[in-house]
Structures are given as structure tokens and as C-alpha cells.
Design a protein around this ligand. Structure first.
Ligand code: URA
Length: 289
């Protein structure tokens, strides 16, 4: 049994190295895994079983239990883009599920940027800085995203940046009441927030979408569309008639800052520039993030 678990762990490490930040596991699969872990880690009868680390347990439980979360039906009012965006923001603020998921004092996060943008970036979920400021990509991953955008000779204000999720997926807090670290959203959580992203796409009406990382790709392409991110990264896909490029999440580059990963993400962005008919210099072609 230990051998099988080692093989699974090795495979997960391999996927992680390839850019995958989450994998779907069916309820049955998870129950089987839990049984195997319990069997292989069974303590001697005279020793009480140890609790798994709280964070790992919380991630596994959220993925496994994934309670049915109602999917909102979004109906946007008539009006100009700004008025429709404001109305959408209010819908998210008032959404009982979003409200229930927020920690005290934290904010829901909707996209930001030019409502006439040609390019819309889609990330995963707010992190610590984002839930405080109520704005996507304002932490370390956001700094790198800004750098990627300026490499394209654009500014943050000239594109639209959204997330699949409108709240920061929860993990147990420490004694100080502060959450350390992030977890990928569950399929049910993403399904709940997707209508709000669709509504932003409807308002902005961009020429193309860029999915940053596996969660965004999974939400936009479907939970069963791929196993490893490498299967869909760097290629054009379709999302409701819009061209969709899948690339790495900036956080992945922060964790793996090799020339190879930087060049790969930049090559994806060159394809985006080409598709968006942006001018491209030789310097940009040879650029490394
Ligand atoms: N990562 C994301 O995917 N989105 C954010 O807003 C911040 C970090």
C-alpha cells in the first residue's frame, strides 16, 4: 500500500513541477485514498492516531466534501458599461454565499481595469492582499503580472484583470486569527463564482481571454478538460466564441523562476500580442520576464 501511495505522491510532484496547482479527485477516489492512508499509517494499538496537519486536512476536506453551492443567476441591468459593472459589483457584495465566505473586515473582489479592454486576464482567487484591498492581483503575483503586462507595452489600466473567485478560499486561521497560505478553490466554489466572471466578460466584451494557471483554465475549459496544465498551455482554446490562451499563473513563475518557465510564459504572451494585433518589436520577441 505504501508503494502505491509513493507512486501517487511522485505523480503529484511531477504534475506540480509541470505547473499543475490542483487536481480533481472524485469522492470515491478520495475515500479510497483516505482508507489507504489510514491503513498505511495505522499506529500501534497502544498509541492514539495522530491528526494530519490542519492545513492538509482542510484542503482535503474542502475538496472532498465540496457541498453543493447554489449557482447564482446574474441578470445585468441596461445602461452603460460602468453602470452595469457597478450593478454587478453590488450583486456580488450582496450575494449570501459570498458574504458567508468572507472573513470579518475582508472584501469581495471583482475584476479591475479598462471596461473596453481587448485583453482580459483571468486568475484564480484573491489572496491575503487582495481580500484586504478588494482588488485582484495587488500582491507579489500581481507585481509580476504587472511586469508581464508592461512587457507587452501595455499598462494595467489598459487591460482587464479578473479572477474566477470573488473571495479568498478559506483555510483554518492561526491563534492570531490570521490565515496563512492559500488553497485552490473547489469545483463547487468556482461554479458559484463563474456566472460573475461571465457577466464581466459580457460587460467588457474583450477580444480574447488569457487564463492564468490551472484553476482558471479548469473553470473556463471544464473540470475534465485536462490532467496536467502542460496539455493545454500555450495553445488557443474557445470560451463561448472567444479565443482563450492558457498560460502559467504568475505565482508559478515566482516559485519556479527559471529562464525556461519565464521564456515559456513570455512566448504565450507573444501569441496573445499577435492575436490582439499589438505591435511587436525585436526587443519584445527576445524578451525574458
Ligand atoms: N492570484 C490570483 O489568481 N488572483 C489574485 O487576485 C491574486 C493572486
Amino acid at each position: 500500500m505504501r508503494l502505491a501511495l509513493t507512486a501517487i505522491t511522485d505523480e503529484l510532484r511531477r504534475l506540480k513541477a509541470g505547473g499543475v496547482v490542483s487536481v480533481s479527485v472524485s469522492d470515491e477516489g478520495l475515500a479510497a485514498l483516505r482508507g489507504a492512508v489510514r491503513a498505511s499509517a495505522a499506529p500501534p494499538a497502544d498509541r492514539p492516531p495522530e491528526a494530519p496537519p490542519a492545513r492538509a486536512r482542510a484542503i482535503a476536506e474542502r475538496a472532498a466534501v465540496a457541498p453543493a453551492v447554489p449557482v447564482p443567476v446574474v441578470s445585468l441591468p441596461a445602461g452603460n458599461k460602468r453602470a452595469r459593472w457597478e450593478a454587478l459589483h453590488q450583486l456580488v457584495v450582496d450575494d449570501p454565499v459570498c458574504r458567508a465566505k468572507l472573513r470579518p473586515g475582508k472584501k469581495v473582489v471583482l475584476g479591475v481595469g479598462d471596461l473596453d479592454a481587448r485583453i482580459m486576464f483571468v486568475g484564480e482567487a484573491p489572496g491575503a492582499e487582495e481580500e484586504v484591498q478588494g482588488e485582484p492581483f495587488v500582491g507579489p503575483a500581481g507585481q509580476l503580472l504587472n511586469k508581464m503586462i508592461s512587457g507587452m507595452a501595455l499598462s494595467r489600466a489598459e487591460v482587464y484583470i479578473g479572477n474566477i473567485m470573488n473571495w479568498r478560499p478559506d483555510l483554518p486561521v492561526g491563534a492570531d486569527g490570521v490565515q496563512t497560505g492559500n488553497r485552490p478553490p473547489t469545483d463547487a466554489e468556482m461554479a458559484h463564482c463563474l456566472p460573475y466572471l461571465r457577466a464581466q466578460i459580457e460587460i467588457v466584451s474583450p477580444g480574447l481571454l488569457v487564463a492564468l494557471g490551472a484553476s482558471a483554465a479548469k473553470a473556463l475549459l471544464g473540470p475534465k478538460a485536462f490532467g496536467a496544465l502542460g496539455e493545454v498551455r500555450g495553445r488557443w482554446h474557445d470560451f463561448g466564441g472567444l479565443p482563450l490562451m492558457v498560460t502559467y499563473h504568475p505565482s508559478y513563475i515566482l516559485r519556479n523562476p527559471t529562464n525556461r518557465t519565464k521564456r515559456l510564459i513570455w512566448e504565450d504572451l507573444l501569441k496573445v500580442m499577435e492575436r490582439a494585433s499589438l505591435p511587436m518589436t525585436d526587443k519584445q520577441r527576445a524578451f525574458f520576464l
